[in-house]
Design a binder for this molecule. Structure first.
Ligand code: GLA
Length: 685
């Protein structure tokens, strides 16, 4: 039988077999299932080892491997000489074991022949030092020559492999992050500014460059900011970085799409809270968000991790992939502790609970040499499974049972939190209180509200808000007039907008608004911030909501008649004494509330309870024991709850109605017992 015929028969058989496995049908849109994956680097091993690994993967219930992402020197050992047969053989061998493949373009690690012959492709760091070979992510992200090499290798891979039946998606590069400070990048940045401002007068005016005699008389005088600089310049540099990564990835998307069908999603693996660029823009041309979820040092904090999951789900407002996560420990922290026994499985289910349709471990087996020899793996240096392999195998068994129930479901929320890179950068660059941690403040609202509603969307302020009953926006520093209008309309249409602290201080150029906070929303609020204060000691709070304190930050508010004070500052620095700390006003069918304080946990719980009761929110599950994380995914006529016990003691949970235990063959129950790290997947009847 000739090779083509063998392949056709083989593919048909493989395709038939995969129909019955929980893995995705070949070339199916991969975000409709529930996949277990692993990062595998076949190029690092003798080819006669490959099948042993794939057999072990299959036995663990692994459905997908990601391969290729750092293999450029194997794919193109010299300029223009492409060797991809091995990659095709690895792909086909995976198909034989019912394992789908996500192909990673290898552009994060250029071969030495490339950077040695073309040193202009190497990045220059903030200190002006040119990178050397032997690490990764050391290329210049603006280099036209480098992009041409990237385009060619991506195109060669797609030409060779896109038609393989078990190729289900593509990952571009790896954790794009490092800008370059080389001369070409600076010139590109100056061109970008010229295109944005058209004339230097506009730039000098919006950046107020008369300050400290910063005025620019020629575009060529504008630097790439290193460390602190003019806030307008710094914000535009971040926006230039964002546009540059967008075009860097678009270059590869175009090459791959020449051969890869739309049924093969294209992603890039990102880093959770990383704010090196605006992910809303960079993700806009990609098909699915895929992020690398590592706890790193310590243990999983379900609300911190949940916030990051929901932020990543919000980037494209749909389910996502966790395309890397840790099988036990990492190797890049100061103390690389292992996750507890049971915590790896709990973490996988926590990912899924927040909308992950893939959980993929980094990595299968450590390369025998290289910078990551100590990192957690599923198979040890001797080629046999390490202890955590069995826990990941249990996840595989879980996914096989849960796939039919969870496929096509996702979280749906009545509450949205607004997240905006411009505001994060603006506050981080001028914290005014070095202890002011925006993410901690976001998570404090998230923690208090999620206990009540079990699902929160974290979205960009520009998205449609009308389907949310409550929109919470702490730290929304930049509120240009256009956004103020968007938020005002949301309130007037019946939404409850909760602003502050630090909301509405700046315009889109990172310049101070000429109204007090919250800027163009002052009239809607019927009040404003008279003065903001960094706190060196807590300030007491009291009022109808209860009593407690504000730490780190306080804003002295004023309120007109018709705007109610829910909390007032107690005795403190004289300025704040007896001044409103939270004010709220009904506006048409809606409401707007401003929080001029950083509330302690107990007051935040009371405040969340007030938001819940005044905004028509409903709780899908009712009260839950402390330490039990409850999430809901619904769709396809299914309503599924994921319960995880993060407390180090057994907990019993009464269910609001009879539910089927999906991981325990569907028996109907009205309560469940959860051991530490215990997981229950429950289908509401
Ligand atoms: C990152 C990279 C991987 C690997 C892991 C180790 O997420 O994407 O290549 O280095 O970290 O945790």
């Amino acid at each position: 039988m000739n090779a083509l015929k063998r392949l056709l028969v083989f593919s048909a058989v493989a395709g038939l077999l995969t129909v019955f496995a929980p893995a995705q049908k070949t070339n199916a849109p991969s975000n409709s299932g529930l996949m277990l994956g692993v990062a595998w680097y076949p190029e690092q091993w003798p080819e006669d080892r490959w099948e042993k690994d794939l057999v072990l993967m299959q036995a663990a219930g692994i459905h997908v491997v990601r391969i290729g992402e750092f293999a450029w020197s194997t794919m193109e050992p010299s300029e223009g000489k492409y060797e991809l047969d091995w990659l095709q053989r690895a792909t086909r061998l995976a198909a034989k074991h019912h394992i789908d493949v996500i192909l990673g373009t290898p552009t994060a690690a250029p071969p030495v022949w490339l950077t040695q012959k073309y040193p202009d492709t190497l990045l220059i760091d903030e200190q002006g030092k040119r990178a050397v070979h032997g690490n990764r992510a050391h290329f210049s992200f603006t280099s036209p020559r480098y992009r041409e090499f990237c385009r060619k290798i991506a195109e060669e891979m797609a030409r060779k492999l896109a038609k393989e039946p078990n190729v289900i998606g593509w990952q571009l590069d790896n954790e794009v992050s490092n800008p370059s400070y080389d001369g070409y990048t600076r010139a590109q940045f100056q061109e970008w500014l010229k295109d944005k401002y058209k004339g230097l007068d506009a730039l000098n005016q919006h950046w107020t460059t008369a300050y400290w005699s910063q005025t620019y008389f020629d575009w060529s005088q504008i630097p790439i900011p290193v460390g602190g600089n003019n806030p307008g310049l710094m914000l535009d540099w971040k926006r230039f970085i964002t546009d540059t990564w967008y075009s860097y990835l678009s270059n590869q998307i175009a090459a791959i799409r020449k051969y890869a069908p739309a049924s093969q999603p294209i992603c890039t693996n990102t880093m959770g809270l990383f704010d090196g660029f605006d992910h809303y823009k960079v993700e806009s041309e990609l098909d699915i968000v895929a992020w690398d979820h590592y706890v790193g040092q310590g243990h999983l904090n379900p609300d911190f991790a949940g916030f990051i999951h929901d932020l990543n789900r919000g980037l494209k407002q749909k389910n996502f992939w966790v395309i890397e996560t840790q099988p036990g420990a990492v190797n890049w922290q100061s103390i690389n502790n292992v996750l507890d026994k049971g915590e790896v499985r709990a973490m996988a289910w926590h990912d899924v609970a927040h909308g992950a349709d893939m959980v993929s471990y980094w990595q299968w087996r450590s390369a025998l040499n290289g910078q990551e020899e100590y990192h957690g793996v599923l198979v040890g240096a001797d080629g046999t499974p390490v202890p955590v392999y069995d826990e990941v195998k249990q996840v595989g068994n879980d996914f096989a049972k849960a796939y039919p129930v969870l496929a096509g479901t996702s979280p749906h929320s009545e509450v949205a939190m607004l997240h905006d890179y411009d505001s994060r950068w603006a506050i981080d660059w001028q914290k005014h209180n070095r202890n002011y941690d925006q993410i901690k403040i976001h998570v404090s609202y998230y923690h208090a509200l999620r206990k009540l509603v079990h699902s929160i969307d974290v979205v960009n302020p520009s998205v449609a808000l009308k389907n949310y009953k409550v929109v919470v926006a702490p730290n929304l520093s930049l509120i240009p007039d256009s956004l103020a209008k968007h938020l005002r309309e949301y309130v007037e249409q019946g939404g409850h907008l909760v602003l502050g602290p630090r909301a509405g201080m700046k315009d889109e150029f990172n310049a101070l608004l000429t109204e007090r906070q919250p800027g163009a929303l002052v009239d809607t609020l019927g009040g404003r911030v008279e003065q903001f204060y960094a706190l060196d000691q807590d300030v007491p709070l009291e009022g109808p909501l209860g009593s407690g304190h504000s730490s780190l930050w306080a804003e002295q508010l004023s309120a007109k008649p018709g705007t109610d004070a829910l909390l007032t500052f107690g005795k403190s620095n004289g300025w704040l004494d007896r001044q409103p700390a939270i004010i709220s006003r009904k506006v048409g069918k809606g409401r707007i509330t401003y929080v001029g304080a950083v509330l302690d946990e107990s007051l935040m719980d009371k405040f969340a309870g007030w938001i819940f009761s005044t905004s028509g929110l409903h709780s899908a599950f009712g009260l839950i024991p402390d330490g039990v994380d409850v999430s809901e995914r619904s769709g396809n006529g299914k309503d599924v709850f994921v319960l995880i016990n993060f407390k180090q003691e057994n907990q019993s949970v009464q269910l609001p109605k009879s539910m089927k235990r999906v991981l325990a063959n569907g028996e109907s129950v009205s309560s469940v017992n959860l051991p530490p790290y215990g997981v229950e997947v429950l289908e509401a009847q």
